[in-house]
Design a protein around this ligand. Structure first.
Ligand code: ATP
Ligand code: MG
Length: 434
């Protein structure tokens, strides 16, 4: 016997019970984004590796060690599975001149790929939903996206998410700051761990993000980027903060927040929870005014974030937030050869009225069909037998509360069932919670 084949490590099958949670959440997320005017964009999962090298930066964790890159065996092109979707969105915007007629609010949802050590909340195929506002330069859009997130946490009844906010200044300011930072670390070179020494000349800001406890004293004393920022950058940051203050959104300014990608400037942020262990960042983003040019387009200012769906679901689960489960409205029991055929017609009539129907397939006794009806979760069974066909009258049986049973003509069936589902206080299909 051949060995069984398994899914790739860190890449998960999402089975129906779990997928139901995903669909529930995705629908909420899409409606929420639409309510702010964000429109969907879908880009390919594969891109030229060069896109990510340029956009994300060579001295980042993603590019250094997390990308799935390979050569296309047919034409030798260097390709990568996308590790994130901002670069792809910007590439597509440039390629199709999307911002030609004005700014664009876009969102995406889909799988991303990073070769990391799999653990809870960290996978090799994971999913992000993300928003990108292209062509906006003011702090108002930064604030809009932060307020949006806050509104989502409220909508989902999530608590315990904290906003960490920082500004990385302009690229020129950061360049000067970078020199000061390198000078500081060079003066303390013996206190740097191996990782930080490697980063010192490649990406010194990332040292601020070090989790190594031995480095914390050193990092606490670093020069502050805020001291290197000009009036314009400070004003932008104040602009964001004043909207947050007006809206009563609490946040913490965290000067050590630098984010793992190179393309950010000015506002950066993360929403963090302490309920998911080490994988506590649920959403991260910021401003990336230089990215369009970096990828080869005209200069266009932009702001965006990405949220990890797996982490969001884990957080919902940790707070035992129930989802609306999908149960059919009707389980259609059919007994007898003629009844099977008649049942197809009735099912379609019901579905045309917005009623969901599982039509029993596979024959079997009336009793066994009723058992299946019961375990389907449907509030009602419709029963069709040869006798019912002859009279044009079917039997409806309540499966949950009082188990009442009545006969009704097929003509009036959809109306009566619609009525029944509306008045049933525990009818899950009408928006109740399981
Ligand atoms: P982390 O510090 O946890 O590695 P990150 O800074 O690399 O996160 P981003 O690139 O900012 O993450 O991606 C945005 C969000 O996508 C994260 O906040 C997280 O919710 C999610 N995410 C990132 N990498 C993974 C992964 N490997 N598995 C699951 N979710 C992930
Ligand atoms: Mg990471």
């Amino acid at each position: 016997m051949k060995a069984a084949i398994h899914a790739i490590r860190g890449m998960n099958d999402i089975l129906p019970d779990e997928a139901e949670r995903w669909e529930w959440l995705e629908e909420i997320l899409r409606a929420w984004l639409r309510s702010y005017g964000y429109r969907n964009i879908r880009t390919p999962i594969l891109e030229n590796t060069g896109l990510f090298l340029r956009a994300i930066g060579e001295a980042t964790d993603i590019v250094e060690k997390e990308m799935y890159s390979f050569e296309d065996a047919l034409n030798g092109e260097r390709l990568s599975l996308r590790p994130e979707a901002t670069a792809s969105t910007v590439r597509a915007a440039i390629e199709h001149n999307l911002t030609y007629s004005g700014p664009q609010r876009l969102y995406y949802l889909g799988p991303m790929y990073r070769h990391e050590r799999p653990q809870k909340g960290r996978y090799r195929q994971f999913h992000q939903i993300g928003a990108e506002a292209l062509g906006f330069s003011g702090p108002d859009i930064d604030a809009e996206q932060l307020l949006m997130c806050e509104s989502l946490w409220n909508k989902l009844n999530l608590n315990g998410l904290k906003l960490h906010l920082n500004s990385l200044g302009s690229s020129q300011e950061r360049l000067i700051y970078r020199k000061a930072l390198v000078g500081y670390f060079e003066a303390h070179i013996s206190d740097l761990d191996e990782d930080s020494r490697r980063r010192l000349n490649l990406n010194p800001l990332r040292i601020l993000d070090s989790k190594n406890p031995d480095m914390q004293n050193l990092i606490a004393e670093v020069p502050q980027l805020f001291d290197y920022m000009g009036e314009e950058s400070l004003k932008h940051f104040d602009g964001v903060r004043s909207v947050l203050n007006d809206a009563g959104v609490s946040y913490q300014v965290n000067p050590r927040l630098v984010r793992g990608l190179d393309y950010y400037n000015l506002t950066v942020f993360e929403w963090v929870t302490d309920r998911l262990g080490a994988q506590g960042t649920v959403c991260g983003g910021g401003r990336y005014d230089g990215l369009f040019e970096q990828i080869g387009g005209k200069s266009i200012p932009a702001f965006g974030w990405a949220m990890g769906i797996e982490r969001l679901l884990a957080l919902l689960e940790s707070q035992q937030i129930d989802i609306k489960r999908n149960v059919p409205d009707i389980y259609l029991v059919n007994k007898g050869e003629g009844a099977v055929r008649y049942a197809f017609r009735i099912s379609e009539i019901l579905r045309a009225h917005g009623i969901s129907v599982i039509q029993h397939c596979g024959g079997g006794s009336f009793k066994s069909q009723m058992k299946k009806a019961d375990s389907s979760g449907a509030p009602l069974a419709v029963i069709v037998g040869d006798e019912e066909i002859a009279t044009g009258i079917v039997t409806v049986k309540a499966l949950r509360e009082n188990k009442e049973q009545f006969k009704i003509s097929v003509d009036g069936l959809s109306n009566v069932i619609s009525e029944y589902l509306r008045r049933d206080p525990i009818s899950i299909s009408e928006g109740g919670h399981s």
